[in-house]
Design a protein around this ligand. Structure first.
Ligand SMILES: Cc1cc2nc3c(=O)[nH]c(=O)nc-3n(C[C@H](O)[C@H](O)[C@H](O)COP(=O)(O)OP(=O)(O)OC[C@H]3O[C@@H](n4cnc5c(N)ncnc54)[C@H](O)[C@@H]3O)c2cc1C
Length: 360
């Protein structure tokens, strides 16, 4: 019998979570094997990759956003340096007031010191060609960016292939042979298996008890021969201008059904929301209509940690709608947890749920 090929970590899923964790483990000299079926409609490949520190109707700053931004900029710069290509594009962003209540909320936030690095000046209707005279105007947001996730994942997949640590496969989890000391899959054996399987976690026999709240979303890619704004524009929905007259328009939120099928009604809603500002987009050509499922969680915090009863089964998942921002910092913390037994951040540690499901 041929001996099994041995690695330290078997990673299920080459989305943003599996890829960035795999990259960091390899950089630290660890052996990994990544498995992924190379589908196009995953969350990571559908996402526009926006990084936006202050979001929602109430203009709330993401907790610890400063440390997440630092880690994200560092890791995407390291990858840009390695591959000779920029993946993280810093962009000015504006947000258009949708109501007096939003304007009042902005006035409140402007006086809160911790918001100062992220919220810039207000502008009026006359300052933007795409605003009507009656509009309430909007404000500039700072430290915003978008990540070209498809280019990044393609480059990382090529890198993993060249390292001999990637196999195209949708694994049937019942094929895993798990003992207390190892995990076997076909002719491979690993010390530990890490599930970075996105919303598929809900079907995972070891981790389906975690309260995942998956949300499907549609994004359109359009092309126009008319001028586009230079900045990302938020108006309840968002418009992301790209090169060569192309733009992305997103995103919808659909809790049911989770069928990964493009929803034409959602696409029309996106277009209807943007026409009041950009009427010329009625003539734009629709290049793509993509759909994916965000791996959201009940408490909006990621899922990191090991199975309470089988310590060689681990999860690195639950990055919701903020993967581009959250994954780099959490990958670093997870790496230290795996390799130096450092504690996980309590907000992300799945221990917060184990007492609900397991008695020790
Ligand atoms: C419409 C939409 C818009 C979004 N917009 C943004 C945004 O602007 N900014 C932002 O930061 N985030 C955004 N997100 C969220 C972002 O995409 C996620 O946070 C992030 O991509 C999650 O990455 P992941 O690797 O955990 O999951 P995924 O990208 O879903 O990757 C999981 C991978 O695991 C693989 N897999 C699953 N089961 C198996 C198996 N049994 N065997 C092998 N492989 C398996 C899947 O094929 C997949 O490749 C958006 C998501 C959607 C859907």
């Amino acid at each position: 019998m041929t001996p099994k090929k041995k690695v330290e970590f078997l990673i299920i899923g080459q989305g943003l979570a599996g890829s960035l964790l795999g990259w960091r483990l390899i950089q630290q000299g660890h052996s990994v094997l990544l498995l992924d079926p190379c589908l196009t409609h995953t969350a990571s490949r559908t996402a526009a990759g926006l990084i936006n520190p202050v979001t929602g109707k109430r203009l709330v700053k993401t907790d610890h956003v400063e440390q997440y931004l630092t880690a994200a900029k560092e890791l995407y710069a390291e990858l840009a340096n390695f591959f000779g290509l920029t993946f993280l594009h810093e962009r000015e962003q504006v947000r258009l007031f949708q109501s007096e209540a939003e304007l009042n909320q902005w006035n409140k936030r402007k006086n809160q010191a911790e918001y100062a690095p992220f919220l810039a000046e207000r502008f009026n209707a006359k300052d933007k060609k795409y605003l009507k005279e009656t509009s309430l105007g909007g404000f500039k947001q700072q430290q915003c960016a978008y990540l070209d996730t498809v280019a990044l994942l393609d480059h990382l997949r090529d890198f993993f292939l060249h390292q001999g640590c990637f196999i195209k496969a949708q694994i049937d989890l019942s094929e895993l042979n798990i003992s207390s000391s190892s995990v076997e899959w076909h002719d491979h054996t690993a010390d530990k298996i890490i599930f970075c399987d996105g919303y598929h976690l809900q079907y995972n026999p070891w981790f389906s008890w975690l309260p995942l709240q998956p949300v499907q979303g549609d994004i359109l890619t359009l092309k126009t021969d008319q001028p586009l704004p230079n900045e990302i524009v938020q108006f309840g929905k968002w418009l992301l201008p790209l090169a060569n007259g192309q733009l992305k328009l997103g995103a919808s939120w659909q809790w049911q059904p989770l069928d990964e099928k493009p929803n034409e009604k959602a696409a029309l809603d996106l277009l209807d929301a943007c026409y009041p500002y950009f009427p010329h987009l009625r003539q734009a050509q629709r290049l793509e209509h993509n759909v994916g499922i965000r791996p959201g969680t009940r408490d909006k915090q990621p899922f990191l940690g090991q199975h309470p009863e089988q310590s060689n089964l681990l999860v690195f998942n639950g990055f919701g709608s903020k993967g581009s921002l959250l994954i780099p910092w959490h990958a670093e913390r997870f790496l230290r947890y795996l390799t130096h037994a450092e504690p996980l951040p309590t907000s992300a540690d799945i221990n917060r749920y184990t007492h609900d499901y397991f008695t020790r």
